[in-house]
Each structure stands twice: as structure tokens, then as C-alpha cells.
Design a binder for this molecule. Structure first.
Ligand code: GLN
Length: 535
């Protein structure tokens, strides 16, 4: 079967949840037996978000094949439970880069290289290439940005051409828009939607389905009004209600008949929808009244998008442990300024997430020491493992100046250092240890217990590594090296012997937690925190 293509555009304002909308429709189509993939087209000029600050871009999501991508790819994987790869995200920067390289090679045979057709062809070819490589029945394409942005124009123009060049029943455009309720008038307002659909029509794109974000149900007369002004039938105006958890979105879509309509328009058989397990999971989770608090001691705590996958992993782990995990965000610089005080009081677990740079490190070390000495469940991810190693070297081994050479290049006790082959690298983009690597677990450890397996694969994004010359002293003093690369050259996991749950990993487990299956380390960390809370 030739692939079908569903394009998502966004209107009125950003942050309407286009990524969640694509993922939710993807989940429903997959539940009906279709092979689905999702591509994100980002209009910015950066080649990838790897070099962007979390303040600009939120979390950088890493795929198995080591691409640094938009955080929406995390939603795609979590919802449709399918691994994405580097082809699932491209940017204006990548597209232009490819075209410029071809131009330099002389591929265009003397032609003037232009946005139309060269850039637009490159975009369309990318979408077709994804369909071919993934052999998906349905390719969902999320066009980043908001209709009306100058940056998105080449992508939208490609969409116009794509429709022209493919059968009408093979492509579909869903426009996600906002229908705000204006309290003073006590009315839902349709004008912003009318205007954003008008902008689309001005550039030759007629949306097929309007997905309207609202905080209340759209009544039939509002739907008729939107339909009339926007040139679609009122049946194609769908309500996308605000919901409590993003994982309810697919259920709400199914109830509104959104996926039915999509299949009708694409002339695809309406196979039986299988989402009873999801419904059950969500209903059960909604009834959970037990709650625990876990502290996240990090740097970007005023920008929660920087820790998106960690937050979602706690929801998945909460679902499997019948508990609501409330996260207490602690900026570790505040620990440096005013001490620990009672900042961690009442927390049943402490997590130190990944990060870069020196800011807030000493505060992280204080939090880790507190977790180690008070036997509070601790989970260190990437930089979190590195800090746990520094803290252990300083306060257990007595190496008071222990550090990572990232923060103190001349440390006399460099427990975390650069591997030989990393030292020569000067380019910042895409030069870290990136993507999936195998790891061997030691029998009888917490890590082994969690995974129930001695060989795992996890995703990395870092430059610094544990310094092997400290391995023996760590082990002799109660820090177990529980995970190693198969050649035993790299320390991937550590854990404390005499502690209820103190685990650090060099990789990012949060990138592999799924709605259908929580990540084993998050599941076990939450289980340990529940135990601690009932002591
Ligand atoms: N800054 C550390 C490194 O590059 C940790 C990176 C991370 O936490 N992702 O090794």
C-alpha cells in the first residue's frame, strides 16, 4: 500500500500541543493496526537543537541512532511506542545545508538555485524518504511554528505542492487552532480561527479538518459558524478539549470521532480500535490518591520543558506503582546560597538530572550527600552519576578536591574526565557520545533487579566519563560498578551497597520510558520512594 500523509499545521498561538495532537492521532491509527511514523519539520536555521540552550528549546531529545532532535520526538515515541531516528526530525538548517552542498557539488547543472523549486523539492523528498525508509502506512508530518510565520513558508509551500502532486485521498491537512472563551462576553470566539485558516488559504492550502483547542465543548452552532467561514463541513470541526493528563488526549479524540473522520477522508478501512488497555490505565491512574514527593535538584527548574522526558517518565512510573509523583523543583544554586535547610524535608526521593556547566554543582553535591547519608532513595542521571561519583570521592574517599575536569580542568582528583579520543574535539555540534550503546549489568545489583536482564541498551548524550583509575577504590569502599560497556572500558552505572536505593547511570533512561511501559529504573526508583515514604 502506498503511504498516506497527514500534515498538521498550527494556528493563532504556539504551544497548542501540536506534538501531542500528532502523537495522539498516531496512537489511535496504530491501535487500528496501521504502521505509523511521525516527522517533525522545524523552521529554524540551526542544523539541530543540539547546540541550543534549553531556555530556547527545552530538552534535546536523542534517538537510538544518536540524532539530537526536537522534544516532540519524545512524545511520538512515548505515545506510539515506536523508535524514531534521525530522519524523523529535520530543520530548515538541514534542508538548506543539503541544498547548498548539492549546489557546491554541481548537482544543479548551472541552474539558479531557489527556494522554489530546490528547497521545496528537498523538503518533499525528505517526507517521501521517511515513508520509504520506515515503510509506514501513514506518515504524520508536524510542521513546526504557527501559520503566518515567515520561517514556515517554505514548508507550507511544500505542503501545497505535495497535495497537488499526490492523489487527493492520499493527503490530509489538519489545522490545530485555538477557540478562546472570553469571560467578559461569556462567549467562545471563532475569529482567531477564521483568520488563521484565511492565512492558510491565501497560500493555497485548504485545511480538511480543524482541531479546535478549547476549554469547553463546542456546540453545534459554533461548529457550523467555524465551518462556514473556514470552508469545511461542520463535521470536520473537532473539539480538542483541555484534559488533565496528555495521555487522555487520544481517548478524547476517539470519542470525538476524529480518527474515524481521518480514515474516511484517506479512504482507509476503519479497522477495530483497540484502546481498552489505555482507557483502563488512565481511569485507574485518575483514581489514585496516594502521593509522594520527589525532589529534582537541577539547574533549569524555571523551565520545565528542559526536563520533559523526566516528567513523563514519572507519570509512567506512577501509573505502574499506583501513586501520583509530585515533583519538587529545586534550583541547586539556592542550596549554595542558603544551605540545604529544610528544602529536602518531606521528599521521599532525590533525583539529580543531566546537565552541562559548573553552575549549581556544589548544591547538587550537598543534595547527594544528604541522600547518601540519610538513606533517601537517590537517582543520578548522566551529570547526576558524575556528581554522585564526585561526592563519594570527596566525602567517603577523602579526596577533598575531587571533581570533573569539566568544572576543574586541573583537579588533582579527576574522578570524571575526558576520554583520550574526546580531547581533540573542538566542534560543538553533534560531537558528544550520542545515541544507543549496550551496557552489561552485574548480577545481583539494583540495576540488574530493575531490568531483569544483564544486557541492556540505553541512550547517551555526554562527553565526560568515569575515570577508571578510581574504580577499585570506589568498589573497595562500597560503591558498586553495576553497569559497564561490553568491553568493560566505560563505567555506565554505579550504586551504593549499603543504601535502600542509590543508583546512578551515565545514560538517559528517561528517553526510553513509554506510556505502555514505564522505564524499569524509574519504576524501581518510585517503588523505593514509596517504601521510604511509609517508613
Ligand atoms: N556535562 C556532562 C558531560 O558532558 C553531563 C552531560 C549530561 O548530563 N547530559 O559529560
Amino acid at each position: 500500500m502506498a503511504a498516506k500523509y497527514i500534515f498538521f499545521t498550527g494556528g493563532v498561538v504556539s504551544s497548542l500541543g501540536k506534538g501531542i495532537a500528532c502523537s495522539s492521532l498516531g496512537l489511535l491509527l496504530k491501535s487500528r493496526g496501521y504502521k505509523v511514523t511521525i516527522v517533525k519539520l522545524d523552521p529554524y536555521i540551526n542544523v539541530d537543537p543540539g547546540t541550543m540552550s534549553p531556555y530556547q528549546h527545552g530538552e534535546v531529545y536523542v534517538t537510538n541512532d544518536g540524532a539530537e532532535t526536537d522534544l516532540d520526538l519524545g512524545h511520538y515515541e512515548r505515545f506510539i511506542d515506536t523508535d524514531m531516528s534521525q530522519i524523523n526530525n529535520t530543520t530548515a538548517g538541514q534542508i538548506y545545508n543539503n541544498v547548498i552542498q548539492k549546489e557546491r557539488r554541481g548537482d544543479y547543472l548551472g541552474a539558479t538555485v531557489q527556494v522554489i523549486p530546490h528547497i521545496t523539492d528537498e523538503i518533499k523528498n525528505h517526507i517521501k524518504m521517511v515513508a520509504e525508509k520506515t515503510k509506514a502506512d501513514v506518515v504524520i508530518v508536524e510542521i513546526g511554528g504557527t501559520v503566518g510565520d515567515i520561517e514556515s513558508l517554505p514548508f507550507l509551500e511544500s505542503l501545497r505542492q505535495f497535495r497537488l502532486q499526490n492523489k487527493p485521498e492520499d493527503t490530509l491537512v489538519v489545522h490545530l487552532t485555538l477557540v478562546p472563551f472570553i469571560a467578559a462576553a461569556e462567549e467562545l470566539k471563532t475569529k482567531p480561527t477564521q483568520h488563521s485558516v484565511m492565512r492558510l488559504r491565501e497560500i493555497g492550502i485548504q485545511a480538511d479538518i480543524l482541531l479546535c483547542r478549547t476549554d469547553r465543548k463546542l456546540d453545534i452552532s459554533t461548529k457550523e459558524k467555524i465551518g462556514l467561514f473556514c470552508n469545511v463541513s461542520s463535521q470536520a470541526v473537532k473539539t480538542a478539549l483541555d484534559v488533565k493528563t496528555i495521555y487522555e488526549v487520544p481517548i478524547q479524540y476517539a470519542e470525538s470521532g476524529f480518527d474515524d473522520l481521518v480514515l474516511e477522508r484517506l479512504q482507509l478501512p476503519k479497522n477495530q480500535l483497540e484502546i481498552s488497555a489505555l482507557r483502563e490505565k488512565i481511569n485507574r491512574y485518575k483514581k489514585v490518591d496516594k502521593q509522594i514527593e520527589i525532589a529534582i535538584c537541577g539547574k533549569y527548574v524555571d523551565l520545565l520543558d528542559a526536563y520533559k522526558s523526566i516528567m513523563e517518565s514519572f507519570i509512567h512510573a506512577g501509573m505502574e506503582n499506583d501513586v501520583k509523583v509530585s515533583l519538587k523543583w529545586i534550583n541547586t544554586e539556592t542550596i549554595e546560597h542558603d544551605g540545604l535547610g529544610d528544602k529536602l524535608a518531606g521528599c521521599s526521593g532525590i533525583l539529580v538530572p543531566g546537565g552541562f556547566g559548573e553552575r549549581g554543582i556544589e548544591g547538587k553535591l550537598s543534595a547527594i550527600r544528604y541522600a547518601r547519608e540519610n538513606k533517601i532513595p537517590f537517582f543520578g542521571i548522566c551529570l547526576g552519576l558524575q556528581c554522585a561519583a564526585i561526592e563519594f570521592a570527596r566525602n567517603v574517599l577523602g579526596e577533598t578536591k575531587a571533581n570533573s575536569t569539566e568544572f576543574d580542568p586541573n583537579s588533582p582528583s579527576p574522578v570524571i574526565h575526558l576520554m583520550e579520543h574526546q580531547r581533540e574535539i573542538s566542534n560543538k555540534g553533534g560531537t558528544m557520545r550520542l545515541g544507543s550503546y549496550p551496557c552489561k549489568l552485574k548480577n545481583g545489583t539494583r540495576a540488574f533487579q530493575a531490568y531483569g536482564n544483564d544486557l541492556i541498551d540505553e541512550r547517551h548524550r555526554h562527553r565526560w566519563e568515569f575515570n577508571n583509575s578510581y574504580r577499585q577504590r570506589f568498589e573497595e569502599n562500597g560503591m558498586i560498578i553495576s553497569g559497564l560497556s561490553p568491553d568493560e572500558k566505560l563505567v555506565e552505572m554505579i550504586e551504593l551497597k549499603d543504601h535502600p536505593w542509590f543508583v546512578g547511570c551515565q545514560f538517559h533512561p528517561e528517553l526510553k520510558s513509554r506510556l505502555s511501559k514505564a522505564h524499569p529504573l524509574f519504576r524501581e526508583f518510585v517503588a523505593a520512594a514509596i517504601k521510604f515514604s511509609s517508613l
